[in-house]
Design a binder for this molecule. Structure first.
Ligand SMILES: [Zn+2]
Length: 384
């Protein structure tokens, strides 16, 4: 491009008119080049992983000293777990809790939301509970007037999953959501059947079902989790992984739920256990993606949560309008269009509603074409 520009300068000389043309051309070239670069994203696939109510405190600081010795958090029964996860600094503690995430994944991308380092990501919906949070992630806006909590209503707005399926003219099987919580069948799409959704205690219905998928689909009914409407994350993750291998979706949302359920049940030991499971799942997922010619170096992995939780011994189990700090979330993005900057510090604030526009941008489209979107692409996670 620069060689052509200098040749043009050499050829075009003489009259004032010609000079003016050169000047305009020289001004336009960098602009055109920038637009071209912007459209030339390397991302062809996006995988969104959500961990319900996983606090920024654990993600960035590992096991919480405030909760780790208490009888009311279930930790007096767990001396071995405490010994395994305790270190003197937050950086060491988080590596003990999430070794794959912090040693391998985070350095390859961007992690936003550590309030201790002046990086904030927060929700804009007023409720700080799951449905409004997931909907904000998937539609790029809060809809406080209609989504007032976890009531099972069909999402009134087509989600980014539906929007991208239509824009990219994808078959239905190429856009999928696997969730532990059964309410995702309402959250994930405005029109039932628009995308493939399999959530809490539903069989995987397909004529060409693999032996592994048949097994997973069946065992969810034999290994019931404590909550009636949330199946085990193991089933959800393994089903999603099997689907990924068989159907090769371009967009996949894996929605894990047990980090929230165990916190509500005041079982910090189990919360820590499920964060460890998330880390191992991300390791399996990332290694498989990098081993696949279809996904290697063309897939962006985006990991986030629907809401935060309280920060005291009394309210760490809960979240909602009355717990203001439960608005704080975090986002990790790793992929071929994201700079390898690791954990952000002294960063501008980003919002939950920015995630959908970021996904649209990563897929090479203009987020402003998504009707009613309020968020903007997260510039800190995009190479230009
Ligand atoms: Zn909850």
């Amino acid at each position: 491009m620069s060689a052509q520009v200098s040749n043009a300068f050499v050829r075009l000389n003489g009259t004032m008119l010609q000079m003016r043309r050169v000047f305009v051309f020289a001004l336009c070239v960098p602009l055109l080049f920038a637009l071209q670069l912007d459209a030339a994203r390397k991302t062809r696939n996006v995988i969104l992983v959500t961990a319900d109510g996983l606090r920024w405190q654990e993600l960035f600081g590992g096991i919480d000293p405030l909760l780790m010795n208490e009888q009311v958090t279930g930790m007096e029964q767990a001396p071995e777990l405490r010994a395994k996860l305790w270190r003197t600094t937050p950086e060491e503690r988080r590596k003990a809790l999430m070794p794959f995430f912090w040693n391998e994944l985070a350095p390859k991308g961007v992690v936003l939301g550590n309030l201790e380092k002046k990086s904030s990501v927060r929700v804009t919906n007023r409720y700080h509970v799951s449905y409004p949070g997931y909907s904000e992630i998937l539609t790029g806006r809060a809809q406080d007037d209609v989504i007032r909590g976890n009531v099972e209503i069909q999402n009134p707005t087509p989600t980014v999953l539906q929007f991208l399926r239509e824009k990219l003219e994808l078959e239905r099987s190429k856009v999928a959501l696997f969730g532990s919580w059964d309410t995702f069948s309402y959250i994930g799409e405005s029109q039932p059947g628009s995308i493939y959704i399999n959530t809490g205690y539903r069989e995987h219905a397909s004529s060409a079902i693999s032996p592994r998928m048949r097994e997973l689909s069946a065992i969810q009914f034999d290994m019931l989790a404590p909550a009636f409407d949330v199946r085990h994350d193991y089933v959800t993750f393994e089903m999603a992984l099997e689907y990924l291998k068989r159907e090769e979706p371009r967009l996949l949302h894996i929605a894990l739920g047990e980090t929230d359920d165990w916190a509500h049940d005041k079982r910090y030991d189990r919360v820590l256990g499920m964060i460890g499971y998330l880390d191992r799942s991300l390791n399996v997922l990332w290694r498989w993606l990098q081993s696949s010619p279809t996904y290697r170096d063309s897939t962006t992995l985006l990991i986030t949560c629907d809401h935060g939780r309280g920060s005291t011994l009394e309210d760490w189990t809960s979240h909602g309008e009355k717990i203001p700090e439960s608005q704080q979330i975090w986002v990790a993005i790793v992929g071929p269009d994201t700079p390898a900057r690791g954990e952000a510090a002294d960063a501008p604030e980003f919002l939950q509603r920015d995630i959908a526009p970021t996904i649209i941008d990563l897929m090479g489209l203009d987020y402003r074409d998504y009707p009613g979107v309020l968020g903007k692409p997260i510039q800190a996670a995009l190479s230009h």
